[in-house]
Design a protein around this ligand. Structure first.
Ligand SMILES: [Fe+2]
Ligand SMILES: [Fe+2]
Length: 330
């Protein structure tokens, strides 16, 4: 049935309003990237004596709330080993972070390569790529300074991950789901640690503050992009995206938050301790679920929850019943 003229006019004005606010967000993010950005080798005092990394420094010890830190096994280790385990974990998170961001940058550039002239996303994607280059440099510099044999993603996973930069060629919406899948859990954990006062070393604190400030913009862009694009997708594509999203988000959250296998091997952490802390631990499961809460809520708002997708969110261990939210959470 054709739409009544007023209904049609309402829809058109709604779309114009929607497009205007989307463009305003990109403008705001561009401006913020110009006014507030950090460079890895200009804004971090690497040579300051206070910023030096000593693997036996007790400030690297796991904080008291940490599940591994609470085990008898950890507490019975010598002080230096406790510090080394803490540092190993921080450095591994940075290494995995920089590998993820490497894939992300290549994907952003693949996306930008095909953008026609005049598209507002182009400039922001270049700002984001520039910022991620500095994140990669600061993370790698930190890892180098630990002088520990830090490894990133397991090799098999790293091989599969090489497909990620090509996702934008299949679906840009799916690509930005992948972006949120990696950025949201890291951001959640970094904010939590910083807020809880658990970061004791000034170098780690500086890196984390820079990262949180710039990631807020990247996350905001990805969310606004999805808010604008997903409702316009053909129904069958949106349905396919709703099924792939929990698989991507669940896998990414695990990659970002799971304990490094190399650390378990290097410090010979016993199997039963690993199981107790990481496998059969309801608090660890809750942390994984909570770290993707914002993306889960976004997917709900975008009509990407249906009986099958919800089942997949549950199967991936990242489902939680929607909670009442404060307004203005974009
Ligand atoms: Fe980053
Ligand atoms: Fe980012």
């Amino acid at each position: 049935m054709p739409k009544a003229p007023t209904e049609l006019a309402d829809e058109v004005s709604e779309q114009v309003k929607d497009k205007k606010s989307y463009l305003a967000v990109i403008d705001r993010l561009n401006k913020a990237s110009v006014e507030k950005h950090w460079e890895a080798y200009a804004d971090i005092p690497w040579d300051d004596p206070e910023y030096q990394v000593d693997k036996n420094d007790p400030r690297w010890k796991l904080p008291p709330f940490d599940k591994l830190g609470q085990t008898e096994w950890y507490r019975s280790q010598p002080e230096e080993i406790q510090a080394q385990i803490g540092l190993w974990r921080v450095a591994t998170a940075m290494k995995i972070g920089l590998q993820f961001e490497n894939l992300l940058k290549r994907g952003l550039l693949n996306y930008a390569y095909r953008l026609p002239n005049g598209r507002p996303e182009f400039r922001y994607v270049y700002h984001e790529t520039t910022e991620e280059c500095h994140h990669g440099m600061m993370f790698q510099e930190f890892v180098n300074r630990t002088k520990m044999p830090i490894r990133g993603m397991p090799r098999s996973l790293s091989l599969i991950a090489q497909a990620a930069p090509w996702i934008p060629l299949v679906s840009t919406e799916m690509f930005f789901v992948f972006v949120l899948g990696g950025e949201d859990p890291i951001d959640y954990v970094q904010r939590k640690s910083l807020k809880g006062g658990h970061i004791k070393h000034p170098l780690e604190e500086t890196i984390m503050k820079i990262h949180i400030a710039e990631e807020a913009r990247h996350i905001s862009f990805a969310r606004h992009y999805l808010r604008r694009r997903v409702p316009r997708m053909p129904r069958y594509r949106r349905f396919a995206l709703s099924l792939l999203t929990p698989l991507i988000i669940g896998l990414m959250a695990r990659i970002m938050l799971s304990p490094p296998g190399s650390m378990i091997r290097a410090f010979r952490i016993p199997d039963d301790v690993v199981r107790e802390v990481y496998v059969d631990n309801p608090e660890t499961a809750a942390l994984t679920r909570d770290s993707v809460a914002r993306t889960r809520e976004l997917c709900t708002d975008l009509g990407m929850m249906n009986p099958i997708s919800r089942r997949l969110w549950r199967a991936m261990g990242i489902w939680d019943e929607p909670k009442a939210r404060a307004k203005g959470n974009t």
